[in-house]
Structure formats: structure tokens, C-alpha cells
Design a protein around this ligand. Structure first.
Ligand code: UD1
Ligand code: CA
Length: 455
């Protein structure tokens, strides 16, 4: 049977105490809803409906590009009412798989199991026994162990609250039947809402076949309602990512102190020290070593690169055996060839740096093309911005730039040129020549400083 996915994402998430709607709260750097959406295609659904309401504009902006059917729920009258907003667009002969936008860790394999089971049952729900079931709907079973209904925490008796088996919120049923059941939901309950889980008791009363799939991995069904649950899900996800990194051959100084907010691919013998944050797509080749407290986004590091502590990089490609940091800041468009050395308090952006070149201390290199085996002394700056436009600096192979040099772009320094320390270079400097552009030192003998006696 074709499957249509309906994702409930209209709630505000009051318990988050945030202006950002709950399903846009970031988990591993991406909105909760993005995690749920990422799973849906694994079921090859006929369509994906998103029921939205709170933060409507923010949601449409964040996910406008995706092939989704947006169903507006103007008032949040409960999860049953939310599903009702999507049903008019679903043919009777489809199965409807309901996912919650705040249950992001559910595995595709679990969803497939559910969907397969739905071929021979009228309604299938997902349950899990939780060590602390507080806040979740509890699964009610009869003496024979058959599911007979779900009771929400707020409506439950003390005895029912002691049940540890909970409703994960994931449910699948034929669209025709679901439509009928939802139409007869009542909101006569503690929260005055139309509860989706109430369809379970209706199905049982009708004699429909109801199946419950109970899973062991309770982290998979974590529902995220507040910041503590968000943090718990983050830890759970990061632990899994750390395991993946180690399985791929990375040595982690502490698997609890690495954060992957995107995707990292590693080759063998990679070492990652504590406090690493990876964002976007990061590739670390064999033998790369990352020092403590580095943030690395959308970058590719070649074999045996060493990144020392507190280095921040974004949009960098580096060839083999580069040595970066400590405290280097490499910004988008930084391309380092092989064996480049970038030292402390050096900022580079939109520049190509040739192999063997050293920029060891306190420099800014922006919009530059720097050749091979160049040495750039401490405190050198490419003055690339005239207040309106950016201009390029070009430095030839084997050039030697002294300390404290201002390279006023557009400007070109020839091959094997030497630039004297403290120069302000505003015209091209020829190759194989010493260029010095600073005022001559003067000596004024017998000069008397204010208020001081001559010696
Ligand atoms: C819900 C279930 C509970 C289950 C738990 C699992 C109900 C009544 N309760 O409780 O049995 O154990 O999830 O995590 O279903 N939403 C809408 N429109 C609404 C109301 C909610 O789109 O009118 C969305 C929310 O944005 C959220 C999801 O539905 O993504 C679940 O709603 P929430 O209020 O978080 O339900 P829980 O109290 O967690
Ligand atoms: Ca919830």
C-alpha cells in the first residue's frame, strides 16, 4: 500500500521558553524537523505532509526548498486535530504514517518495520518502555496483553502512571479508517485537546486489528519538549557520531568531548583532541591531527595535516602536511597547497597559498595569491579593502616579506623579491630585488625632551 507521511510540527513548544518554534530548535546544528524529514524518504512515501502553525513563516523559510505539502493548522487543538488538517489530501487507499516533529531520533529501520506490519493490521503503533516515562502517554493492555488504548499522563490515574510502556507518537493506519476515527474524537480530557492516541481505543472497540511494536532502544523515541530533553537528545546523537568516527579509525581523546554538527569523514590514524566542533561537511585524510578546542566547518584537510589548539576554520582546503595554529583563523576560500605553515594569530581568507610557504605570526592575508616557499614575516597585512572594493595581492615564489609590511592592494611582489621590514608597499615590487619603502631613520643629537634636563 502506498504510504503518505504526515509530520506534526504546529506546536509552539511552550516548555522551550524560546521565540524559536520547537521544531526549529537545533539538534546537532540542524532543526529538529530536518532530522525527521531526513528519515521520511527512506520509506519512499507518496507524499510528505507537514502540519504547521506556530512560527509559520520561519518554517516555510527554513524548508521552502523541499518537496513538501504544507498544511496549516491555525489553532493547535491537539495531535488528532493536527492530523485532520492533512487528511483531506490523502487518498483512502494510502497508509498514513504519523511522525512527530519533536521525535527526531527515530530510525528508518524502525519506520520500515512499522510500515511492513501495517500491511496486515489496521493500526500499528510504536511503544517503548522508558526508565522515566513521565510526560508520555501510557500504553494500556488487557489481561491478555493486548493493547486497548493510550492514556495521557495528565489524564492517567496514579496506577496508570506507574506503567512504563509509553506511546512513541509514531502510528500508521489506513487513511480511510483514520479519517473516520479522527472525525469522532472528543476533546473531553484534561488538556481539552483532540488526542490522536484516542484512535487506538476506537479501533479496538470496532474490532479492528491493532498491533504494537515495542522497541528496546528507548533513546530512539525521545520526545523533545524542553531544553533538558533537547540536551539529552544531543548527547545521545553525539555519542553515536563519536562511535561512528572511532569505527572509521579516528582516535578521540574523549568521545564525550567531540561535537559533530554535520558530517565528518575520516581516514585511518586521525587523532582528535578534546573540544572539537565540526560543522557542515568536513573531510580529514589519513594521519590528520586536530588539537584541543578547534572549530572546523566545511573544510578538507589532506594527509598528515596538524591543526594546533584553538584554530577556527571555515571553507578551507589544505594539501598534505600543513601545520596550522595555534589560534589561526582560516576563512572561506582559503586554499593551502602542501606543507604550508600558518602560525598563531594569522587570519587568511579567499587566498591561495603555495607549497612550503610560511606565515608564522600575527598576519592578515586576504584576497591573495602567494607562491611557493614564500616567507611572510610577523605582522604583515594585505591591505585588500579600499573602503569600496576588494583588491588582490600577488606574491611570487621564494619571495621574502619582512615583518610589519603593509601590502596595499592591488599590488604584485615578484619572484624571489625581498621586502624590507616595516615597508608600506603600494607599487609593484620587482623580483629578485630588495624593496624597502619606509622613511629613513634620522638621528637628532642634543634633542631635549619636554621637561627633561639634557644628559
Ligand atoms: C505526545 C503524545 C503522547 C506521546 C508523546 C511522545 C498526544 C496527545 N500525546 O505527547 O502520547 O507519548 O507525544 O513524544 O498525542 N502538534 C501539532 N498540533 C497540535 C498539537 C501538537 O502539530 O495541535 C505537534 C507538536 O508540534 C509536536 C507533536 O505534535 O511536534 C507532539 O505534540 P506535543 O504537544 O509535544 O505532545 P506530547 O505532550 O509530547
Ligand atoms: Ca512532545
Amino acid at each position: 500500500m502506498p504510504v503518505t507521511v504526515v509530520i506534526l510540527a504546529a506546536g509552539q513548544g511552550k516548555r522551550m521558553r524560546s521565540d524559536l518554534p520547537k521544531v526549529l530548535q537545533p539538534l546537532a546544528g540542524r532543526p529538529l524537523l530536518a532530522h525527521v524529514l531526513e528519515r521520511a524518504p527512506g520509506l519512499e512515501p507518496a507524499a510528505i505532509h507537514v502540519v504547521y502553525g506556530h512560527g509559520a513563516d520561519q518554517l516555510r523559510t527554513a524548508f521552502g526548498e523541499e518537496d513538501l505539502r504544507w498544511c496549516l493548522q491555525t489553532e493547535q487543538l491537539g495531535t488528532g486535530h493536527a492530523v485532520a488538517q492533512a487528511l483531506p489530501g490523502v487518498p483512502d487507499d494510502h497508509n498514513v504514517l504519523v511522525l512527530f516533529g519533536d521525535v527526531p531520533l527515530i530510525r528508518v529501520a524502525t519506520l520500515r518495520t512499522l510500515s511492513a506490519r501495517a500491511e496486515s493490521a489496521d493500526l500499528v503503533l510504536l511503544t517503548a518502555s522508558l526508565p522515566d516515562p513521565t510526560g508520555y502517554g501510557r500504553i494500556l493492555r488487557d489481561a491478555g496483553g493486548r493493547v486497548v488504548g493510550i492514556v495521557e499522563e495528565k489524564d492517567a490515574t496514579d496506577e496508570q502512571r506507574r506503567i512504563s510502556e509509553t506511546n512513541a507518537g509514531v502510528m500508521i493506519a489506513g487513511a480511510g479508517q483514520l479519517r473516520r476515527w479522527i472525525a469522532s474524537l472528543s476533546n473531553d480530557n484534561a488538556q481539552g485537546e483532540y488526542y490522536l492516541p484516542d484512535v487506538v481505543a476506537m479501533a479496538v472497540a470496532e474490532g479492528a486489528s491493532v498491533a504494537a511494536i515495542k522497541i528496546d532502544d528507548s533513546e530512539e523515541v525521545l520526545g523533545i519538549n524542553d531544553k533538558s530533553e533537547l540536551a539529552a537528545a544531543e548527547r545521545s546523537l553525539q555519542q553515536a557520531r563519536a562511535r561512528e568516527l572511532m569505527n572509521a579509525g579516528a582516535t578521540l581523546a574523549d568521545p564525550a568531548r567531540v561535537d559533530v554538527r554535520g558530517r565528518v569523514t575520516v581516514d585511518g590514524d586521525v587523532f582528535i583532541d578534546v573540544g572539537a566542533v565540526f560543522e557542515g561537511e568536513v573531510e580529514l585524510a589519513r594521519g590528520v591531527r586536530i588539537g584541543p578546542n578547534c572549530t572546523i566547518r566545511d573544510s578538507r584537510l589532506g594527509p598528515d595535516c596538524v591543526v594546533h589548539a584553538n584554530t577556527v576554520m571555515d571553507g578551507v582546503t589544505a594539501g598534505a602536511s600543513c601545520v596550522l595554529g595555534p589560534f589561526a583563523h582560516l576563512r572561506p576560500g582559503t586554499e593551502l597547497a602542501e606543507r604550508v605553515k600558518v602560525g598563531n594569530f594569522v587570519e587568511i581568507k579567499n587566498s591561495h597559498i603555495g607549497s612550503g610557504t610560511k606565515i608564522s605570526h600575527l598576519s592578515y592575508v586576504g584576497d591573495a595569491t602567494v607562491g611557493k616557499d614564500v616567507n611572510i614575516g610577523a605582522g604583515t597585512i594585505t591591505c585588500n579593502y579600499d573602503g569600496v572594493s576588494k583588491h588582490r595581492t600577488t606574491i611570487g615564489d621564494n619571495a621574502s616579506i619582512g615583518s610589519g609590511v603593509m601590502l596595499v592592494a592591488p599590488v604584485e611582489v615578484g619572484e624571489a623579491a625581498t621586502i624590507g621590514a616595516g615597508s608600506t608597499i603600494s607599487k609593484d615590487a620587482p623580483g629578485a630585488t630588495l624593496t624597502v619603502a619606509r622613511s629613513r631613520q634620522v638621528e637628532i643629537s642634543g634633542w631635549r625632551g619636554p621637561g627633561k634636563e639634557p644628559r
